[in-house]
Ligand binder design. Structure first.
Ligand code: ZN
Length: 146
């Protein structure tokens, strides 16, 4: 029921424009792999986090892609939960000295955060493309602007 409502909302919000492509139903897989959401072939990133100007396979213009600080927020939430839970379990079970916590969890924070950042950015851009999400603009010629 919720899935159907979400799908209808997705179609109403412009998601229908992607229905002609094969990778449309996999924003999760194409986004996490850093692939083009339209064709599923071209690479999304040039370097670690820099988005390419366009898809090398289908020519999709990536200028719409602006994930802002969305990926960082999710990385903070997920990594914070994972690392804090691990640190608490280690502290309760083994009670190691604090320097050992720093040696273990300091690098682990970097590894987990940097490892999650690129897939989550790809996922957010894929979802942005699928739902035709963009920055709000004033529509002066619309019915409200008269
Ligand atoms: Zn493409």
């Amino acid at each position: 029921m919720v899935g159907a409502a979400w799908m209808l909302a997705s179609l109403a919000s412009g998601g229908y424009r992607n229905l002609m492509t094969h990778s449309d139903d996999q924003p999760l897989s194409t986004g996490l792999k850093g692939r083009c959401q339209r064709c599923g072939e071209g690479r999304l990133f040039d370097g670690f986090l820099t988005v390419r100007p366009r898809c090398e396979a289908c020519g999709l213009d990536y200028s719409f892609a602006d994930s802002g600080d969305g990926p960082a927020v999710f990385v903070i939430l997920f990594a914070g939960f994972i690392i804090c839970a691990m640190a608490l379990v280690v502290e309760v079970k083994y009670q190691p000295p604090f320097w050992l916590h720093a040696v273990i969890f300091g690098p682990l924070v970097l590894i987990v955060c940097l490892g999650m950042l690129r897939p989550l950015k790809g996922l957010m851009i894929a979802l942005q493309y699928r739902h035709n999400a963009r920055e709000g603009r004033l529509d002066r010629d619309g019915p409200a602007g008269g």
